[in-house]
Design a protein around this ligand. Structure first.
Ligand code: ADP
Ligand code: FBP
Ligand code: MG
Length: 532
């Protein structure tokens, strides 16, 4: 029985705001109902500070759901303003699906220890750093993990896995762990791999996957399934899913891929199919919003150290030596920033988020000459997307790849030429500049130990959600805990390095590089960049 009645009353004189709720004993057993209730309270109090001091009177046995005792009067502030950004569930559009006891209950790997299934009210908060004064935005995501009730019997699952977009260390590990997790934990026996990305759904054969086939793949870079850019045709993909009788789709890829996954989910829902769509976020650039970091990132940063060390060795072995390393990072400079922080040999790090300039006071030329004078050598790390505007690339006119991503010009070559030119003109002598561009070497490698563990968690979190009937979600860690995230959340914007954040400040204090704030032409006041 689901009977909720909300009644509100407020007295303007005192600013008290009463919300009382009467419901039957089992009415708020559903967490989403409890959260909806909290959201109503929160929304009602938004925009009116006085009402935040109001009283929420709970008159039902909802304490288990929202953590307070029945009948107790508590301030709205006691509850905080939680807003669950929930993910879709198959029962949102297929109302009478049967459920089954999770097979994990009798799995020795789980039942031997203190294993417990996740409750309906377990969530992960987006913000964990808040203040006494303000509890933060209250946004929460559903915690990932196994549920006691599942919506698929192992033997009825027909799963498929596809990898899309650029390579990333750990792709094979995720594939392996999805296969092994489905097989060993849920008794799934029908798992196929779609070859070569989205287009493989309708243009290629499939690979049969089982624990034996995937056993060693995590030791190799790349993806055993192949990948591609472009070629997403939603209707054709869903036709193929329907024709093959697939009912769980695991899609591993970056922001473009997740947009494709959202389109697939929408079409599947429109057709009323019992198919769970799971997005597993992947990108070497670490630019996926909401999640802590993307898998393969730490492996790439580690590999980048080899290039930076080589650049340093070359630079310090000659007079006026510069080692210049270009690292991946199309729109965000995370790899360059973390590789710089990890190395401590870097004198200058350039990223897309920080516009820079060469000439004049506070520019790169001045800094390079100064650092060479002080140390005799220097190391520069530049993210591939940095300074594109200086190379004369207009955002909307440049060429794009098959997925619509902007194709970049080589900022490393450009910077090498510019520095040599300036040094020769100023000093009348040559610069020993060695340009190292490891490009694909930092991503076409197997993942390191820590990324492997992370990939395992991602894969298993993804599987548990699909088995529990959730769909149309991306899985990933938020503040260290894995959660199910609505896909729109991770595609609405790309993460970029926040240069107002302390991590960038740490880098600046490690490199002592210029801030690239140009002196104002007229009054010598610093001119703030628009992006600051
Ligand atoms: N807006 C979109 N809608 C549907 N599919 C998309 C969209 N953007 C990209 N894709 C598809 O996602 C796949 C991977 O995208 P891409 O941008 O190359 O890599 P990534 O997913 O790593 O960002 C491609 O097959 C591409 O066609
Ligand atoms: O594989 P391609 O098409 O050369 O792409 C190179 C680009 O891929 C990236 O590794 C990012 O790829 P994704 O967006 O697919 O994760 C960028 O760093 C780089 O600019
Ligand atoms: Mg991308």
């Amino acid at each position: 029985m689901m009977a909720i009645s909300l009644s509100t009353s407020s007295t303007a004189a005192t600013g008290s705001h009463y919300i009382s709720k009467k419901c039957t004993a089992d009415s708020l057993s559903s967490h989403s109902q409890a959260v909806r209730f909290q959201r109503i309270v929160y929304n009602r109090n938004q925009g009116n500070k006085r009402l935040n001091k109001g009283i929420l009177r709970i008159e039902a046995s909802t304490h288990a759901s929202i953590g307070v005792h029945p009948g107790k009067e508590i301030g709205v502030d006691d509850l905080g303003p939680p807003v669950l950004e929930d993910v879709p569930h198959l029962t949102d559009y297929l109302h009478d699906l049967p459920t089954y006891q999770s097979p994990l209950i009798s799995n020795p790997a789980f039942s031997g220890g203190n294993y417990s299934f996740l409750g309906p009210d377990e969530v992960v908060a987006r913000n964990v750093v808040t203040s006494w004064e303000s509890p933060g935005d209250g946004i929460q995501f559903r915690r990932a993990g196994p549920r006691e009730k599942v919506y698929f019997k192992g033997e009825e699952v027909n799963a498929c896995i596809v990898t899309c977009g650029g390579l990333c260390p750990g792709l094979n590990t995720v594939i392996r762990e999805i296969v092994c997790g489905l097989w060993n934990q849920y008794g799934v026996r029908n798992i196929i791999g779609i070859e070569d990305g989205y287009r493989g759904f309708y243009s290629r054969n499939t690979l049969e996957l089982n624990p034996k086939v995937v056993n060693d793949i995590h030791k190799r870079g790349g993806t055993m399934l192949g990948t591609s850019r472009g070629g997403h045709d939603t209707a054709k993909i869903v036709d193929s899913i329907q024709d093959r009788g697939i009912n769980q789709v695991y899609i591993i890829g970056g922001d473009g891929t997740q947009r494709g996954a959202a389109a697939i989910y929408e079409e599947i829902r429109k057709r009323g199919m019992k198919v769970a769509v799971v997005g597993i976020p992947k990108t070497i650039d670490n630019d996926i919003a909401v999640i802590d970091r993307s898998f393969g990132f730490t492996t790439a940063v580690e590999e980048a150290q080899r290039a930076i060390s080589a650049a340093h060795t070359e630079a310090e072995s000659t007079e006026n030596g510069i080692g210049l390393v270009k690292l991946m990072g199309r729109y965000s400079g995370y790899i360059a920033m973390y590789a710089t922080l990890a190395s401590r040999d870097v004198d200058l790090c350039l990223i897309p988020e920080v516009p820079f300039y060469l000439e004049g006071e506070g520019g790169i030329n001045e800094f390079v000459l100064k650092r060479l004078k002080e140390n005799g050598h220097m190391v520069i790390v530049v993210a591939e997307g940095a300074g594109q505007e200086l190379l004369g690339i207009e955002k909307n006119t440049s060429t794009r790849d098959a997925s619509g991503n902007q194709l970049l010009h080589d900022v490393g070559l450009w910077l090498s030429a510019k520095l040599k030119e300036h040094f020769c003109a100023t000093k009348g002598e040559g610069l020993n500049l060695k340009y190292i561009d490891p490009t694909y070497m930092i991503r076409a490698i197997p993942s390191n130990g820590s990324d492997n563990v992370y990939c395992t968690l991602l894969a298993q979190s993804g599987i548990h959600g699909a088995m529990a009937g959730y769909t149309g979600y991306t899985v990933g860690p938020i503040n260290g805990r894995h959660a199910y995230i609505p896909i729109w959340r991770v595609t609405e914007k790309q993460n970029q390095v926040n240069i107002a954040d302390r991590m960038w400040a740490r880098l600046l204090s490690s490199t002592h590089q210029p801030a690239f704030i140009k002196p104002h032409k007229d009054d010598n006041e610093p001119q703030q960049r628009a992006s600051d």
